[in-house]
Every structure is written in structure tokens, then in C-alpha cells.
Unconditional design. Structure first.
Length: 100
């Protein structure tokens, strides 16, 4: 994913310029962004305040951490399943030839 040259707080400040009467074209030129980028930011960040932005960032970080944890646990689960499957075959084949 492409790194953003603007922090989320800067993006919110840029979006607020429209509320102060600046047009999207003026804002885009001033900050060297496309109009499409401005509208994408507006869709994502909308009317957020700094505290809401921090909360969103925290949720995104937590979501990323949980997805990574899920992937690791899923991999562990598959390894354990395979080990148990092999162990089950080893136990069943060792008892086939024995006579009690």
C-alpha cells in the first residue's frame, strides 16, 4: 500500500478548509493533490474531529493486530491437525499386526 505523505490529522485539517469557503479545486492545488483524492478523503474521514480520528486509528490498529493473530492461529491449527492425522495413522497401523 502506498504511504501517505499527509498524516490523518493533516487530512482532517485540509478537509475543513472546504467548510471555510475554499473550493475543492483551490484546496487540491494548494496541497498538490487531485480532486479525486480530496473526495476519497472526505468519504473516509467525513466530518471527523481529532478525537474521533484517534479512535478510528486505534480501531484500525486493533483490527490489523487481530487479523495477524487469526492468521497465526489458523496456521497453528492446520499444523496440529496434520500432526494428529499422522499420529492417528501411526497408531492404527502399529496395532494391525499384533496378536493378543
Amino acid at each position: 500500500m502506498k504511504a501517505n505523505r499527509f498524516s490523518e490529522a493533516q487530512i482532517v485539517a485540509i478537509l475543513k478548509q472546504q467548510q471555510n469557503g475554499y473550493t475543492v479545486v483551490q484546496i487540491a492545488r494548494e496541497h498538490g493533490i487531485s480532486e479525486a483524492t480530496f473526495y476519497n478523503w472526505r468519504q473516509k474521514y467525513g466530518c471527523m474531529e481529532a478525537s474521533e480520528l484517534k479512535r478510528l486509528k486505534d480501531f484500525e490498529d486493533e483490527n490489523r493486530r487481530l487479523k495477524k493473530m487469526y492468521a497465526e492461529l489458523s496456521l497453528d491449527h492446520e499444523v496440529i491437525k496434520e500432526a494428529l492425522k499422522k499420529r492417528g495413522r501411526a497408531c492404527s497401523t502399529s496395532s494391525v499386526g499384533s496378536v493378543d
